[in-house]
Design a protein around this ligand. Structure first.
Ligand code: KG4
Ligand code: ZN
Length: 318
């Protein structure tokens, strides 16, 4: 980053998880360790700067898989010590929200207060964002995260990991009302996705018993129906949050905000309900370096640094 502008945003994807149908923590941390130095070299080369020009190093402290967080935390501490530059800790979920403050000529930044729905592989939350670092969770999932709902149902129908983007692609050619799945009744602004996964599993088992190639024959309709149900669950709660708070500035963030269904639904609500909406660019939806960088800049501006005693936190609330 140079202030709030992105100079480079290098992401190392971990192909290994596809083979196992999900993230294996041990393998994830090994892959982090292998990738971290080459990624830093690439990022500096793309930004066309030397390591001695760095003013600070920002890293993800949590939440997430501890093994992977430890790799990043240890590396950042070493770099801070080696280059004698400040160390800045970042909360991953705050970063998904604050990614909206990355400089972008094409879009305006949200004014405070605003509502943010963070939808990822590990979280599903509706957050009241009062200021950069003053956030309150208004509702969250009681079981699976929405990204998990996508990935687990994708697995049921034989799609590789992570299935979310594949469900999205197939859904675009299917009928969203082909197979109605139940919307769970959950109090307030909380969510639940585990029942949906089970009802889809039973539905597929029943249909396949009668017609063995059911999934093959109806893959696009199944995906469209799954996506429609998930988007309906998310939008119901988001509309409720707007009603409850009276705040019509609404942002989404996290990997699932790349989903075409949720993007379209949020845009529709903007037109129909007079919301002002903030939808991230694709490269800032799924996990990326720029979102950590913008938090680094915002904290650097405040002089909000951490010291070498810092440790990673697998559970870390915003
Ligand atoms: O934020 P993220 O990259 O990692 C976490 O912090 O968890 O989110 C990853 C999640 C995965 O579950 C992935 O399947 C989902 O985001 N995802 C999508 C799409 N792109 C990524 N889900 C549905 N449709 C998409 N287009
Ligand atoms: Zn994420």
């Amino acid at each position: 980053m140079c202030n709030d502008s992105v100079l480079s945003n290098v992401v190392a994807t971990q192909k290994i998880h596809e083979e196992y149908g999900g993230v294996v923590p041990e393998l994830a941390s090994r892959a982090h360790q292998q990738h971290i130095v080459p990624v830093i070299h690439q990022a500096l080369a793309k930004a066309n700067i030397d390591k001695n020009q760095l003013s600070a190093i920002a890293f993800t402290r949590g939440p997430g898989l501890l093994g992977s967080l430890l790799v990043g935390t240890s590396f950042a501490k070493s770099l801070s010590l080696g280059l004698d530059i400040p160390l800045i800790e970042v909360n991953h979920m705050q970063a998904h929200i604050l990614a909206h403050f990355i400089k972008d000529e094409a879009s305006t930044k949200p004014e405070f207060p605003f509502l943010a729905m963070t939808i990822s592989g590990g979280h599903t939350q509706i957050v009241l964002v009062k200021d950069y670092f003053s956030m309150e969770i208004l509702g969250e999932t009681l079981d699976d995260a929405v990204g998990e709902a996508f990935d687990k149902t994708a697995k049921i129908i034989g799609l590789p990991y992570p299935g979310g983007p594949l469900v999205d692609a197939l859904a675009q050619k299917g009928n969203p009302k082909a197979f109605p799945f139940p919307i769970p009744k959950v109090k307030g602004l909380d969510f639940s996705f585990s029942g949906l996964k089970t009802s889809i599993l039973y539905f597929i088992q029943k249909q396949t018993a009668e017609q063995p190639d059911f999934v093959e024959q109806h893959k696009e309709d199944i995906c469209a129906s799954i996506q429609y149900t998930i988007v309906s669950i998310l939008m119901d709660k988001l509309k409720k949050a707007v009603k409850q708070t009276g705040i019509k500035r609404v942002a989404i963030g996290g990997g699932v905000s790349a989903n075409s269904g949720i993007r379209a639904a949020v845009q529709k609500a903007e037109k129909e309900k007079g919301w002002t909406t903030f939808i991230p660019k694709f490269e800032y939806c799924t996990d990326n370096a720029a979102m950590i960088g913008i938090v680094g800049f915002l904290k650097y501006r405040e002089g909000d640094f951490t010291d070498q005693s810092i440790s990673a936190k697998a559970r870390y609330n915003i």
